[in-house]
Design a protein around this ligand. Structure first.
Ligand code: AR6
Length: 177
């Protein structure tokens, strides 16, 4: 599903965040140490190669809600923006911390002149955030920030499973109508 909102393309696709060659930046659902992990952090670090961990080392640790930017190394993108989502039921307030991830990632994208950015469903895997509220929090934040974006023209949500794409599409439809 692709939508144009205030001149910005917003879309949800099924896919792998490490295979988004037409996006300038991809977002990592990182761990605090910015090391290789499972899920998104595994896929991104494996595809980027060990130089990504080396570049990340002096930037760690990061706090829940924080975002940092690096190069993309062997990934087909220019940048990786690493966000630490809240662990559901542990890091509070979860909704605000998740919103901060999206807000801070988009701010870094703006500061770096990035035109296109792909997000995974931050916190909605190992960190246990239920998919529907995670999708609602993500879209609410993005829609709130849209009027202030000038560099970013294309925002893509890359979901691993088809069912997650359907959840995102349903949530987005409710929010924009
Ligand atoms: N592309 C897109 N989405 C993916 C991919 C992929 N390659 N792999 C998994 N997902 P997670 P979190 C989905 O666990 O919850 C790591 O071990 C997945 O189905 O990657 O923020 C880190 O080291 C889920 O819906 O991120 C951290 O310790 C969503 O992406 C911790 O997990 C997020 O799942 C971060 O946990």
């Amino acid at each position: 599903m692709k939508r144009n909102l205030q001149g910005i393309t917003l879309e949800c696709v099924q896919g792998d965040i490490a295979h988004q060659p037409d996006m300038e930046a991809v977002v990592n659902a990182a761990n605090a140490q910015l090391r290789i992990g499972g899920g998104v952090a595994g896929a991104i670090h494996r595809a980027a190669g060990p130089e990504l961990e080396r570049e990340c080392r002096p930037l760690a640790p990061i706090r829940p809600g924080q975002a940092v930017i690096t190069g993309a190394h062997n990934l087909p993108n220019r940048h990786v923006i690493h966000c630490l989502g809240p662990i559901y039921g542990v890091d509070q307030p979860a909704e605000e911390l998740l919103a901060s991830c999206y807000r801070n990632a988009l701010q870094l994208a703006e500061e770096n002149g990035i035109r296109s950015i792909a997000f995974p469903a931050i916190s909605a895997g190992a960190f246990g955030y239920p998919m529907e509220p995670a999708a609602r929090g993500a879209f609410k934040t993005v829609i709130d920030v849209l009027p202030r974006l000038s560099s970013v023209k294309h925002i893509r949500f890359v979901l691993f499973q088809t069912a997650d794409v359907r959840v995102h599409e349903r949530v987005l439809k409710i929010l924009i109508f």
